[in-house]
Design a protein around this ligand. Structure first.
Ligand SMILES: Cc1ncc(COP(=O)(O)O)c(C=O)c1O
Length: 394
């Protein structure tokens, strides 16, 4: 008997590699004990939130006995929270934003879903690059769209502007990019982004409709070696930034994110109305109350990024010593080394025999590589050194 939809059955069958590794990890930990397994499979920030988060949360708790303290609110979030966020993002992105240009959401994931709900027709195409954050395909399909990808340039994972140009069709409604990038650690440069927005502006004109450029930026705060993340909002009227406080405040479970529109977009009030209704009718209803109070107190603070920088160096030294080939991540908290022998699924299996958990690149549309997340303690990274050496020696 068909008790669930075909779409969900196939989604479950093709299931995310990350989930599978998670389950394999639990099994290994039960078998050998927590301390014997080096788990690099999940991007769940382990750093403590900055002190401003606790301060804001305790201050909120003082007022929780008041009526409506935890009640419904406008679908786009509290007016005061949107104003505060708009002022903060104006300086971060170098544009003048009003409260109406931002909407609060249930994480960046919620932001992406309301964006696709607001802009896609059945069969509309959304373009991205490989490798990509695996949830994009699901989110596009949620709203009747078709997810298409083009490869990035070999080794550097930079945008291949000609390949993107060739992949645009009359059905292309949006392109989604992610910088700093999960899983490759790539950070796109201003000249890459200028070339991309020029191309999308030309294509929008040619096809007579906006081709939105969605910038998924939850790792904007986390770059290394002086890399910067140029803003798309002053570059392109159809740019939409989706982001969250999951990573910079270690707040992933509280689900607070946002979408922000470019002030260069004249018809943005229409799009904002659609995003707001989408927040409601997708069942989010409104963004989390407590998250907004935390955000108001903690805007501008972040976790101690020097810890991520230190772990990145430790991990790089271990991988280099063991003989892996990899691109040093310029941002975010992942390495995406080449899988020796080329078969990433088989290689991740070998790593698991060394009690090292990673995710095969195939799960991100990037076969031949594997992803290691460095939001784990320094001790886990140090402990993995011998296993990485042994797996290459075998
Ligand atoms: C590239 C990327 N986009 C979006 C998200 C979703 O983040 P959020 O917790 O804000 O929904 C993640 C989470 O890992 C991510 O890595």
């Amino acid at each position: 008997m068909d008790v669930i939809s075909t779409q969900m059955r196939s989604a479950i069958e093709n299931g995310s590699w990350i989930r599978r590794m998670f389950e394999a990890g639990i099994q290994l930990k039960q078998q050998y004990g927590e301390d014997a397994v080096c788990d690099f499979s999940l991007g769940n920030p382990d750093l403590t939130p900055p002190p401003a988060v606790g301060v804001a949360l305790r201050a909120f708790a003082e007022h929780v006995d008041e009526p409506f303290s935890l009640g419904y609110m406008p679908n786009a979030g509290f007016g005061w929270a949107r104003e505060k966020l708009a002022a903060y993002l104006s300086s971060e992105h170098g544009v003048q934003l009003a409260a109406n240009d931002v909407i609060l959401t249930c994480g960046a994931a919620g932001a992406l879903n309301i964006i696709f709900k607001a802009i896609l027709e059945p069969g509309s195409e959304v373009l991205s690059v490989t490798p990509y954050f695996v949830e994009y395909g699901f989110y596009v399909a949620n709203h009747g769209g078709v997810f298409r990808t083009v490869p990035t340039l070999p080794d550097t994972f930079a945008l291949d502007i000609d390949a993107i140009d060739a992949a645009i069709t009359p059905q292309t409604r949006a392109m989604i990019i992610n910088s700093p990038h999960n899983p490759t650690g790539a950070v796109y440069t201003l000249s890459e982004l200028e070339a991309l927005t020029e191309l999308l502006a030309r294509a929008s004109k040619k096809y007579g409709h906006p081709i939105y450029l969605i910038a998924d930026e939850p790792y904007r705060f986390l770059t290394f070696d002086g890399a910067t993340v140029p803003s798309l909002l002053p570059l392109y009227p159809y740019a939409i930034v989706a982001s969250s406080f999951s990573k910079n405040l270690s707040l992933a479970g509280e689900r607070l994110g946002y979408a922000v529109l470019s002030p260069l977009f004249e018809e943005r009030a229409q799009l904002m109305a659609a995003l707001t209704l989408a927040n409601r009718i997708l069942g989010f209803v409104n963004p989390p109350v407590i998250g907004q109070h935390i955000m108001a107190g903690a805007l501008g603070s972040q976790v101690d990024v020097s810890i991520y920088a230190r772990r990145r160096q430790m991990m790089a030294d271990i991988l280099k010593d063991a003989g892996f080939e990899f691109q040093m991540p310029r941002g975010a908290f992942y390495f995406f080394p080449k899988a020796p022998g080329g078969d990433d699924v088989a290689f991740v299996g070998k790593l698991a025999e060394e009690r090292i958990l990673a995710v095969p690149g195939s799960g991100f549309g990037g076969p031949g590589h594997f992803r290691l997340s460095f939001c784990v303690g320094d001790d886990v990274i140090s402990r993995s050194a011998e296993g990485f050496k042994r797996v290459l020696g075998r």
